[in-house]
Each structure stands twice: as structure tokens, then as C-alpha cells.
Design a protein around this ligand. Structure first.
Ligand code: HEC
Ligand code: HEC
Ligand code: HEC
Ligand code: HEC
Ligand code: HEC
Length: 359
């Protein structure tokens, strides 16, 4: 643990002292300022305050939501690595030690919820651990095992992949973070290019910001990264291929949302709607107006008329919703998940599939 204390001292001196020459030499002032402005140091975020009233962060949540939990998971607290034995301390953010304790620096391989372990991650291993989501294809398959696809089951509830699931999307079929329909093949890791192929190649690890000048240098002709596109098919069938690849994903995501609503009404027999900010996201659309208002987005009104087919499609809707960077982390995988979910629902309800294509 010496190296951690060393870093803490340096970081503290970088923040507190007026002219920390040694710290400047290490670039620590800059690094610490970047971290302070980034999301991982935000003491007020729900990600770090959600458990404050309970007094501790449960072991199931602690690895990603408390520095002591991350150190426990790494085995830097003298317990076994890759498991969390103790509850985490509330309101602790992701500090320097989370990524710089020697166990974190040495971390290179990370297991995903599907049980698949991905190696060779280097400086992106810690990012990959926390941004991998909590479920996979396998979770959905085992929940729906042996059930008729279109029969409502009381045993089913929404399965939420979790949040900020960039690593699950980037590794695609290799880790099965989306719901992959049996018998179809899916895009694996989006390797992109070496200079923009890993978390820390694109995201500065402290601010987590993406330096976009390099992007524009390769992707000439755009002045905003969301205008980037290298695939020219009209995936969402709207007749336009002029926007960035993000517009195809947004188009398909909206189509899937509508197909889910139609299926809920016509096949599951209970109107359904989505609220992006309220757990567990899918609710009874009690007044049938096609949207979930504040009075409907309450936990007791959560949607409870799931069929396996609806659950699979809703799972993928959420995977794409909860990786706001899916268009750059792995556009082909995101498009395949949305496309296949729409096609599955279209086996039972009317959806206009004209022009829709699969990468
Ligand atoms: C594998 C890592 C991981 C585990 C385990 C985990 N989370 Fe998270 N959670 C995250 C990440 C990453 C985010 C933040 C995503 C973002 O903001 O981009 C997050 C965000 C959240 C948020 C904030 C959601 C929001 O809309 O802002 C809540 C609440 C939350 N998690 C609850 C839990 C609970 C409860 C558990 C345990 C049952 C848990 N998490 C376990 C990784 C994890
Ligand atoms: C989320 C993980 C994470 C956290 C938290 C984090 N670092 Fe880093 N840090 C990294 C990674 C990854 C690199 C290596 C970057 C690379 O390989 O390009 C790095 C590099 C560094 C470097 C080398 C200089 C540089 O810019 O590459 C210093 C110094 C450093 N970190 C200090 C700190 C301090 C001090 C803190 C706390 C204020 C901190 N780090 C918090 C992940 C993290
Ligand atoms: C110990 C778990 C953990 C590690 C390690 C970690 N993150 Fe995070 N990350 C989180 C949580 C939790 C949040 C949400 C923080 C908040 O709400 O302020 C988050 C937020 C983010 C965000 C902002 C998301 C948004 O919704 O705007 C980005 C980008 C990000 N992380 C990238 C990275 C990168 C890149 C790395 C590796 C250098 C990394 N993270 C390492 C848990 C982690
Ligand atoms: C060295 C050149 C290079 C750099 C730097 C680069 N890219 Fe790319 N990018 C490519 C190439 C080549 C492809 C096509 C890769 C493929 O499809 O396998 C691509 C594909 C993409 C795609 C997918 C487009 C589609 O239609 O599917 C997106 C999005 C993207 N890049 C965004 C970015 C962003 C954002 C950055 C900066 C963080 C960046 N790129 C940096 C060369 C580069
Ligand atoms: C090709 C460059 C590239 C790579 C590789 C990459 N990202 Fe991103 N990431 C981006 C861009 C661009 C955004 C969108 C940023 C924005 O909208 O401000 C983004 C967004 C995110 C977000 C926020 C998503 C949201 O919901 O708003 C998180 C978290 C994140 N990335 C984490 C990661 C992690 C973890 C990895 C590695 C598994 C990774 N990224 C790999 C470029 C990249």
C-alpha cells in the first residue's frame, strides 16, 4: 500500500501547496485538477450518495460505487481478488487509489457478467470492470427458459443491464452484454484503430473527456464527432444516410420504442411505456396516452405483464439507452441488437420494416 499513500500525499500536496514543484514535474497538479472536474470525484452524484441513509454500500454494489469496495474487489485489502467480502464505505468517490494501487496497476483481465474474461486490457482494465453492466444474454435466457415467447408470466420482471455500460457494448458478442437472439451472429469487439481502440486511448482517464482533434484528423469533412459515419447503408429505413451513424441508432431506437408500445397493448394486453430516469424504467401506461408521466413513473406502477419476447426487446432498448456512446463504442453491435429486437416484435405486431437493414 506504500504506493497509494505516496500518491495520496503527492495529490494532496498538489491541491494544497501553492507551488508544488515536485508535483508539477509529475504532472500531478494537472491530473488532480482533471480528476476533480471529472465524474469520478463527484461526491454529490447518486452513484456515491444512493446508500448514505443505509450507512453502508452493500457488497453487491460496492466494487463500483465505493473506493473501499473497489480495493476489496482488487484484493488490495488482504481479501481475495475478484470478490467483495465487505460492505463499502458510503460517499467515497473513485479516488486515485482505485486505479493506482499496485493491484489496480497490475490488473489486465476482467470477468464480465456472462462469465467471459477478457484479457490484454492494460490501462483500460479498471474502466472495463466498472463500466461492464451487471447482466448479459445469459441472464435473460435463464429467466425465460422454457417459457412460451408470447405468454405473460408473473415470474418475469424487467432485467436492467445497469448504467454506463460502455465496455459491454464495446466488446460486443465477445461478452454478450446485449440480448443476442439465438441463431444470429453479432459483431465482436469494435477494434476501430489502434490510436482510438481502447477506453484510455479516447478518454483521458482523469477528466474522462474525449480529445476530439485526433478524430477529426482522420474523419475529415466533419466538424462534430457525432457527424462521423463510415457505413453508408440506411439501417433505420428512413430514406436518409446523410447524418452521423448516431442518427441510424437513434432512428432504430425510436422504432423499437414504438414496437414495444404496440406489442404491450396488442399482445401482452397491458399498455407499456418507458421513463428514462425512473427505476425500473418500464411502467404501465395507465392512461394509454403513449407517454409515462410523473404520476405513472412510480415503482408500484412498474410494468408487470412481461412476456419473454417483450422482455428481450425491452432489455436491448435499455442497453442502447444506457450507453450514450454506443454509436462510437460499437455501432454495428448496437444496430444489430435494435434491429433484431424490432424484427422479433414484428413477428407478432405490425411494424413497417421497409428499408430497414442489418449490418
Ligand atoms: C460492475 C459495476 C457496478 C456494480 C456492481 C453496480 N453498479 Fe451501479 N453504476 C455503475 C456505473 C458505472 C454507474 C454510472 C454510470 C454513468 O453515470 O455513466 C452506476 C450508476 C448507478 C446509479 C445511478 C443511476 C443514475 O441514473 O444516475 C445507481 C442508483 C446505481 N448504480 C445503483 C446500484 C446498485 C443498487 C447496485 C448494487 C445492487 C449497483 N449499482 C452495482 C456500475 C456498477
Ligand atoms: C479511473 C481510474 C483512474 C483514477 C481514478 C486516477 N487515475 Fe491516474 N491514471 C489512470 C490511467 C489509466 C493512467 C495511464 C494513462 C495512460 O496509460 O495513457 C493514469 C496516469 C496517471 C499519471 C501519469 C501521468 C499521466 O497523465 O499519464 C499520474 C501522475 C496519475 N495518473 C495520478 C493520479 C492521481 C493523483 C489521481 C487522483 C487524483 C489519479 N491518477 C486517479 C487512471 C486513473
Ligand atoms: C470503481 C468504478 C469505476 C472505474 C474504475 C471507472 N469508472 Fe467511470 N464511472 C463510474 C461511476 C460510478 C460513474 C458515475 C459517476 C457520477 O455519476 O458522477 C462513472 C462515470 C464515468 C463517465 C461519465 C458518464 C456519464 O454518464 O457522463 C465516463 C465517461 C467514465 N466514467 C469513463 C471511465 C473511464 C474511461 C474509466 C477508466 C479510466 C473509468 N470510467 C473507470 C465508475 C467507474
Ligand atoms: C487513425 C484514424 C482514426 C482515428 C484517429 C479515429 N478514427 Fe474513427 N474510424 C476510423 C476508421 C478507419 C473507421 C472504420 C472502422 C471500421 O468500420 O472497422 C472508423 C470508424 C468510426 C466510427 C463508426 C462509424 C460507422 O459508420 O460505423 C465512429 C463513430 C468513429 N470512427 C468515431 C471516432 C471518434 C469519436 C474518434 C476520436 C476519439 C475516432 N473515430 C478516431 C479511423 C479513425
Ligand atoms: C473511439 C473512442 C472511444 C473509445 C474506444 C471509448 N469511448 Fe467512451 N465515449 C467516446 C465518445 C466520443 C463518447 C461520447 C462523449 C460525449 O457525448 O460527450 C463516449 C461516451 C462514454 C461514456 C458516457 C456514456 C453516456 O451514457 O453518456 C462512458 C461511460 C464511456 N464512454 C466509457 C468508456 C469506456 C469504459 C470505454 C472502454 C471500454 C470507452 N468508453 C471506449 C469515445 C470512446
Amino acid at each position: 500500500m506504500t504506493s497509494v499513500r505516496f500518491l495520496f500525499q503527492l495529490a494532496a500536496s498538489a491541491i494544497l501547496a501553492s507551488g508544488p514543484l515536485a508535483a508539477e514535474e509529475f504532472g500531478l497538479t494537472e491530473v488532480t485538477e482533471a480528476w476533480l472536474m471529472g465524474p469520478h470525484s463527484d461526491y454529490h452524484s447518486p452513484s456515491f450518495t444512493h446508500w448514505n441513509e443505509d450507512g453502508e454500500v452493500p457488497p453487491a454494489c460496492a466494487a463500483c460505487h465505493s473506493e473501499t469496495g473497489m480495493l476489496d474487489w482488487l484484493g488490495a485489502d488482504d481479501t481475495a481478488p475478484l470478490t467483495v467480502e465487505h460492505p463499502g464505505t458510503i460517499n467515497t468517490v473513485i479516488g486515485c487509489a482505485s486505479c493506482h494501487v499496485s493491484e489496480a496497476e497490475a490488473l489486465d483481465a476482467v470477468p464480465f457478467p456472462s462469465g467471459v474474461t477478457i484479457g490484454g486490457l492494460g490501462g483500460s482494465a479498471t474502466c472495463t470492470m466498472c463500466h461492464q453492466g451487471r447482466t448479459s444474454t445469459d441472464t435473460v435466457l435463464s429467466a425465460t427458459d422454457g417459457m412460451d415467447l408470447d405468454t405473460v408470466s408473473e415470474d418475469l420482471g424487467f432485467i436492467n443491464v445497469h448504467y454506463g455500460v460502455a465496455a459491454a457494448v464495446m466488446h460486443g458478442a465477445e461478452v454478450r452484454g446485449g440480448f443476442q437472439y439465438p441463431d444470429l451472429t453479432y459483431a465482436g469487439r469494435f477494434t476501430h484503430v489502434a490510436s482510438a481502440g481502447t477506453c484510455v486511448a479516447c478518454h483521458e482517464p482523469h477528466s474522462t473527456e474525449v480529445e476530439t482533434e485526433g478524430c477529426i484528423a482522420c474523419h475529415q469533412g466533419v466538424n462534430d464527432i457525432t457527424a462521423i459515419r463510415t457505413r453508408h447503408a440506411d439501417f433505420d429505413g428512413d430514406g436518409s444516410t446523410s447524418g452521423g451513424i448516431i442518427t441510424e441508432i437513434e432512428g432504430l431506437h425510436a422504432m423499437l420504442g414504438e414496437a414495444i408500445v404496440t406489442y404491450g397493448r396488442e399482445i401482452a394486453g397491458t399498455p407499456i411505456g418507458y421513463s428514462s430516469d425512473s427505476f425500473p424504467y418500464f411502467f404501465n401506461d395507465s392512461n394509454g396516452d403513449g407517454t409515462i408521466g410523473p404520476e405513472e413513473a412510480a415503482f408500484p406502477n412498474r410494468y408487470a405483464s412481461w412476456t419473454p419476447r417483450l422482455l428481450m426487446a425491452a432489455y436491448n432498448y435499455q442497453v442502447v439507452a444506457k450507453d450514450g456512446g454506443a454509436w462510437v463504442h460499437n455501432p454495428a453491435y448496437a444496430i444489430q441488437l435494435l434491429h433484431d429486437s424490432i424484427v422479433s416484435l414484428a413477428e407478432r405486431v405490425d411494424v413497417d420494416l421497409a428499408g430497414v437493414t442489418r449490418p
